[in-house]
Write a protein that binds this ligand. Structure first.
Ligand code: HEM
Length: 162
């Protein structure tokens, strides 16, 4: 079984999680914030008391940030880029950033890594009816959160010998 102490060694899993958040952020517009003062950011004047939505969905698909293959699921793009999910790298702020960033981030990241690592370690996975991965319907249902529009169906086969 995968233990929590194994997680630091699972570099590719981390890249897969980042890539999943980049293309399919849980909160596509984060949570609305309000500016407490007049401020100018990058030449744009934002008056006090404006409602601010940060479109992480569009940031995650911006070719200026992620190059021309921005729409492609390609975890290796993180191999030589020191981008983490902790809110320091503004290209990828799936958990928000700053003092109102997600306080559950650490719990969420550890749980996700553990669950995904166990699922990959214990089972072989197949799509139903010989479907190929690139035929999978990845349509999203937009809202405050961004679930799949259609359920994911996948067939596990247990492959660990007792
Ligand atoms: C995949 C898992 C999760 C994701 C992607 C996520 C993402 C987010 C995002 C984007 C925000 C808004 C940040 C901002 O607007 O700057 C947020 C806020 C928050 N999250 Fe999470 N979250 C996750 C899991 C959790 C868990 C496990 C907990 C609690 C155990 C949690 C508790 C909170 C709370 C309390 C806030 C509001 C913080 C505030 O307004 O000061 N989240 N989260």
């Amino acid at each position: 079984m995968v233990e929590e102490s194994d997680l630091p060694k699972l570099a590719y899993l981390d890249m897969v999680i980042k890539e999943s958040f980049r293309l399919h952020p849980v909160a596509p517009l984060l949570v609305p914030h309000e500016s407490i003062d007049d401020v100018t950011v990058n030449g744009y004047f934002i008056p006090k008391k404006s409602r601010l939505l940060v479109n992480t969905w569009s940031m995650g698909r911006n070719p200026k940030i992620w190059s021309s293959n921005a729409e492609e699921f390609f975890p290796e793009r993180f191999k030589d880029r020191k981008i983490d999910l902790r809110g320091h790298d503004f290209e990828l702020i799936s958990f928000g950033t700053g003092r109102r960033g997600c306080p559950g981030m650490q719990l969420a990241l550890i749980s996700m890594r553990l669950i995904l690592a166990q699922l990959a370690h214990c089972f072989d996975w197949e799509l139903p009816d010989g479907m190929l991965p690139n035929e999978l319907d990845m349509t999203e249902k937009f809202g405050l959160t961004l679930p799949r529009a259609n359920h994911l169906l996948a067939k596990p086969t247990y492959h660990l010998i007792a």
